[in-house]
Write a protein that binds this ligand. Structure first.
Ligand code: SF4
Length: 399
């Protein structure tokens, strides 16, 4: 039975993380000596992180183990609804299934090793990964909403000039389980650590932390699948926001799926020269292409695309920039989030004055474009993407 299970697992999607800290594909897995010749002993450690699997993968696994397919639903409920981290606690699964699962798979978790709380109630989590890297998530309470902003990569390959994560460079993609475990880990803290949140659930997820989600396409898509799935997190498309800097091929690809989420597109400039200066990705995917694909988003009734615009003093904050922006997004059902630049000693840019920020906003509002100035949350807790990791690294490196 065991070898059958392994053979079936070989059919799982390319890029599946089969051992902690290492991303395998089908070929590397086939080259493992214990697959090629030596039969793997039943006592060796399980290799499949069950949270790297989608609901379809889990159903296949359960069927392959000779069990009824409906048990996959129960298993998924234990993982994501009840946040159980041991197979033996899944008491409505047959004992034989629990025993076999223990041999072939493990359940990963993430626990924050640092949490900073802002005076405004935001909390920033630093999660250490098994390979020693770290990623950040930020929890933002806002009325009845409890939003968690999560990361999809360690570092980021896109190198936007105004972003600390971009300055770190790219380290690696997060696995699906590492993306999901930020949510489950934060929810556990919400439920157990603070009286004011004990009865609350995370209501909204934004993929807007470290990394470009669409540059980690496969794992981001699998994670959104689990978020959408009613026995997974059961979040509707309105409660999940995917932010992208405009990776056109991946945007095209995800548009052909049935995933439910809302779009946030990071513009940050209204002309190609300025945008290419701030965001090197603009050289290969210029504004015209980005806006062309935005016009093709399938929006539900009353849904609008969010355009993000980080306002930087003297770079992209003039009335002329505002008027150009109005012209660019004309005809797209949208709202614009103006994000005054969050200053950091590591970055050379400055936040514009309040007067300039309001003048910019007024130009858009006067032309009937919904435009909000995003409140700066967590200003006292290194809340800009990449700041906590930077602080943590410096602390670790200091004597
Ligand atoms: S702003 Fe986003 S896409 Fe740009 S470098 Fe930072 S994390 Fe990457």
């Amino acid at each position: 039975m065991f070898s059958v299970v392994l053979q079936e697992l070989l059919k799982l999607p390319v890029g599946l993380s089969l051992r902690r800290n290492r991303t395998y594909n089908r070929d590397t897995f086939l080259n493992e000596s214990w697959i090629m010749g030596e039969q793997r002993s039943m006592s060796s450690k399980p290799t499949v992180d069950i949270k790297d699997l989608t609901q379809n993968d889990i159903e296949r696994l359960v069927l392959t183990l000779g069990q009824q397919g409906y048990l996959a639903k129960q298993l998924i409920t234990w993982l994501y609804r009840r946040r159980i981290i041991n197979f033996h606690e899944m008491t409505d699964l047959p004992k034989t299934l629990r025993e076999t699962l223990k041999r072939v798979a493990f359940i990963s978790t993430l626990t924050p090793n640092r949490i900073e709380t802002s005076q405004d109630g935001s909390k920033k989590f630093l999660f250490s990964l098994m390979d020693g890297n770290s990623v950040e998530s930020i929890l933002i309470p806002d009325g009845s909403r409890l939003t968690l902003c999560i990361s999809t990569q360690v570092g980021c390959p896109l190198g936007c000039r105004f972003c600390l994560t971009g300055r770190m460079g790219f380290v690696r993609n997060l696995t699906t389980s590492e993306i999901m475990n930020q949510i489950l880990g934060a929810q556990r803290e919400v439920a157990t650590q603070w009286e004011e949140t004990a009865q609350r659930k995370i209501t909204n997820i934004v993929l807007m932390g470290m990394g470009e989600p669409l540059a980690n396409y496969d794992n981001t898509v699998k994670a959104i699948e689990v978020m959408n799935y009613d026995l997974g997190l059961g979040l509707s498309g309105r409660r999940i926001t995917l932010s992208t800097s405009g990776l056109i091929p991946a945007m095209e690809r995800i548009l052909s799926t049935k995933l439910r989420f809302q779009w946030a597109v990071s513009l940050n400039a209204a002309d190609d020269d300025t945008r290419s200066f701030l965001m090197p990705i603009n050289k290969s995917h210029p504004l015209k292409e980005v806006l062309e694909i935005c016009r093709r988003f399938r929006l539900r009734p009353r849904e609008r695309t969010i355009f993000e615009y980080v306002l930087i003093d003297g770079i992209n904050d003039s009335p002329r920039d505002a008027l150009r922006l109005v012209h660019l997004i004309k005809g797209i059902p949208c709202k614009v989030n103006l994000i005054p630049f969050n200053e950091s000693p590591e970055l050379e840019f400055r936040r514009p004055s309040d007067e300039k920020i309001h003048e910019f906003q007024k130009i858009l509002l006067d032309r009937y474009i919904t435009c909000i100035i995003r409140k700066s949350r967590g200003g006292d807790i290194s809340a800009a993407c990449g700041q906590l990791t930077g602080t943590f690294r410096r602390a670790m490196n200091s004597p």
